[in-house]
Design a protein around this ligand. Structure first.
Ligand code: SME
Length: 137
């Protein structure tokens, strides 16, 4: 479900903060389940506009996380066959699911222009953040 209006502003700020603080975060955004459809809809983001505003469950890294319920760290996107390219500059990606009442309702998606940039601390930070975000949705 799409977040409420004031929530969208908060999520936009979260994107800006991450984008400013971590140099190798080059596209930072949220996707949420689109109503009762088995697809993701693009939410607030910072970075280049993407063609992937709707992503069916199972498609790409994001769509896989929608069904696996697990964080997906991709050190090198060129090694992935089920991947949706947003930018030719993107080399790596991390997607972390967001749960509410035990349901996977969305995710944060970060692309990097650097190969294998994401640390264990990044993953921990993003998983903590997604847990915090779920409380304001
Ligand atoms: N690369 C993603 C699509 C979303 S863009 O990165 C913003 C994927 O494979 O699902």
């Amino acid at each position: 479900e799409s977040p409420k209006h004031n929530t969208e502003e908060k999520l936009q700020k979260v994107c800006h903060l991450l984008d400013q603080e971590i140099s190798y975060f080059n596209w930072t955004g949220f996707y949420f389940k689109n109503g009762d459809k088995d697809e993701l809809k693009l939410g607030p983001y910072v970075g280049a506009p993407t063609d992937h505003t709707i992503i069916p469950y199972g498609k790409g890294i994001c769509g896989q996380v929608a069904v696996s319920n697990e964080t997906f760290v991709v050190p090198d996107v060129h090694q992935e066959s089920n991947y949706l390219s947003c930018s030719i500059d993107t080399k790596a990606e991390i997607v972390v699911p967001i749960f509410r009442d035990g349901q996977n309702i969305g995710q944060i998606d970060i692309d990097s222009h650097t190969v294998d940039p994401f640390t264990a601390e990044d993953r921990e930070l993003l998983e903590w953040l997604c847990n915090e975000v779920s409380k304001v949705l």
